[in-house]
Design a protein around this ligand. Sequence first.
Ligand code: S2G
Ligand code: ZN
Length: 474
Amino acid sequence: IRSATSAVSRGKFARLTSSDLSFFEKTIGNEYVKTKEIDNYTMDWTRQMKGGSECVLLPSSTEQTSAIIKYCADKKIAVVVQGGNTGLVGGATPIHDEIILSTSRIKNHFHLEPSSGVLTLDSGFILADADNRLAEHGFMMPLDLGAKGSCQIGGCVAAGAGGIRLLKYGSLHSHLLGCTMVDGKGSILNLGGTLRKDNTSLHAAHLAIGSEGQLGVVTRVTMGVVPRPTSILSAMLAVSSYSHCLRLLSLARSKLGEILSSFELIDGDTMKCVERNLPLKNIFEGSHNFYVLVETHGSNADHDIEKLNGFVEEALGNELAEDGVAANSENERAHIWRLREESPLAAAKDGYIYKFDVSLPLEHFYRLTEETREKLKGRARVYCYGHLGDGNSHLNVTTDGEDEELKKTLSPFVYNWVVSHGGSISAEHGIGQLKRDYRSLGKSAAEGDLIRALKGVFDPHGILCPYKMIPSTQ
Ligand code: S2G
Ligand code: ZN
């Protein structure tokens, strides 16, 4: 277990008392105030960060959440907000003894307006469950990520989740229409609404996206959902060089156009790691330097199959790819995706892991991996997989033991490299505690002042998720 950031001293927050606990029990019911066996809440998904909360609260509504936050603001009790706890930067787990407010039970309201395709749902709905409920009406959630089976829509909004279909459907900013948020004073803010077009004020609901619990607890989300594609096809290509991958991306955009939904990358070392650490076989004979995964979403299978096969044939024909296959069964499509979606699991099994989630201009995207591999030759293994179509690289580094010097030097090296090449130190995973020390890299002082001022408006007592993305105004 590591404290991911430089040691952050505990703020001037109250210590929990028995009268606090009895207030919480009176407000939400004894069984929803947990003080025992709470490791699954105090430890993050990577099992590498753990805090010392003494209690977990599970309110079932916006109103109960408001009563809790009002009380905590009054008593100066620090609170960390948690959805499905699937995050990768320790944003939803405590640093010290912040109490945990889980949105897991806030999942009563779910309303789809079928003619407009506008969905209003409570924040505790798990992404996959929401998507399954939409399927019955021919709709689909516009985002999909590996954690879909346990991440909650409120947490997706608060984390600014990206995932594997952002290329076609856009980010959550393309879909969020409104949200209910309980701010750090316990006030219930109903921001935005259900209209696709409402230009009557600042679009304050969008502040919730990527807010990481700093401004308030998202308890309800209103968003546009998308028509469920009746034709979903996937192909995988084996590629010799990164420049060929980029040319394949251009070819995919021109040949697949509006049906292109995903364009993912797995580099050769990652594929070898997948084959070594998981019972999963590469779909191609022999090893290649890169693998590209392409998915299309459309409404006419014949039309889509013709376009995808045409794309693969042209890629092979003009030698952009060394090998390529369009999956012709659901099993084959699932296998192709497992190779990509289980790359993180394979890397996690490879030793002590340093995970990155960076955005880079496409011309620099793979250079970072090459320079890191060069720098750490013989000392660490370096993997790269990710959403090439979005310019989002998941560089992962593993070592056999815990290399104390690397712990200190790798993140500064990677993050300074990324910022100096016009990139972002966090594409979709956020800042949390893991990247707290680098949050202002490449940012202007004026922007920092504005962000802190906004934090002060929403959370004047600084009780929400302290020690993380936004320095407290206290
Ligand atoms: C991905 C999630 C896991 C990881 O695979 O696209 O966002 O290892 C990641 O970063
Ligand atoms: Zn990702």
